[in-house]
Ligand binder design. Structure first.
Ligand SMILES: O=C(O)CCC(=O)C(=O)O
Ligand SMILES: [Fe+2]
Length: 198
């Protein structure tokens, strides 16, 4: 993604990843309710190995409707979180986005890239999603979250800031951003507005 935006210096070596296995014990009473509340992932990028048999993941499309992502064995899902929005503050051309997505799909065999919001407003954007309980059974998903730089500010690289594309967000420490999301109960990226430069 960085290469497709013309960035060659950032090696992402100090960007930690977090690995998590989600286990849902869906009871008969839970059917129809929400298993994971509506949220965006707070980090940069998530690679998800979703349950191959039990559905439930839903993503918000550009018309604000939730669209189910049915089980798709042998497939990894990749979605962008809030940090992707901050780091790539330029308005990339469709071609640039295309090449970023092609890059990801080439790197990951059998990857689906969930990117409705990228297309909808012309810049990288985090994806709003949730997990609904569809049936009384166990459901597993395995997620790797690429978060944000450790011990330094999250900020758009200089290459992406210029007269036509002024810096949109004040530099911040990722952990502070996480706390801001939690303390304000802002789970879908709204907390970024609190960090927006006027
Ligand atoms: O279990 C899933 O399908 C998605 C889980 C998720 O959105 C998350 O862990 O952030
Ligand atoms: Fe998520």
């Amino acid at each position: 993604m960085a290469e497709s935006l013309g960035i060659v210096v950032d090696d992402f070596k100090d960007w930690p990843c977090q690995f998590r296995i989600n286990k849902y014990n869906f009871t008969p009473e839970a059917v129809g309710s929400t298993g994971v509340q509506i949220h965006t992932d707070s980090g940069f990028l998530t690679i998800l190995q979703d349950d191959e048999k039990v559905g439930g993941l839903e993503v918000l499309d550009s018309s604000a409707s939730f669209v189910p992502v049915p089980p798709f064995p042998g497939t990894l899902l990749v979605n962008l979180g809030d940090i992707a929005r901050v780091s790539s503050i330029i308005t990339p051309t469709k071609q640039k986005i295309d090449s970023a997505l092609t890059f990801i799909t080439h790197e990951l065999d059998h990857a689906i890239v969930m990117h409705m919001q990228v297309w909808s407003n012309g810049r990288f954007c985090s994806l709003i999603h949730r997990v609904q309980c569809k049936e009384a059974t166990k459901r597993f998903s395995i997620a790797t979250f690429m978060l944000a730089p450790r011990n330094r500010n999250v900020e758009a690289p200089e290459e992406l800031v210029n007269k036509d594309h002024p810096r949109l967000y004040r530099p911040f420490i990722y952990e502070d951003y996480r706390k801001l999301r939690v303390s304000n109960k802002m789970h879908t990226g709204e907390a970024l507005e609190l960090l927006r430069l006027s």
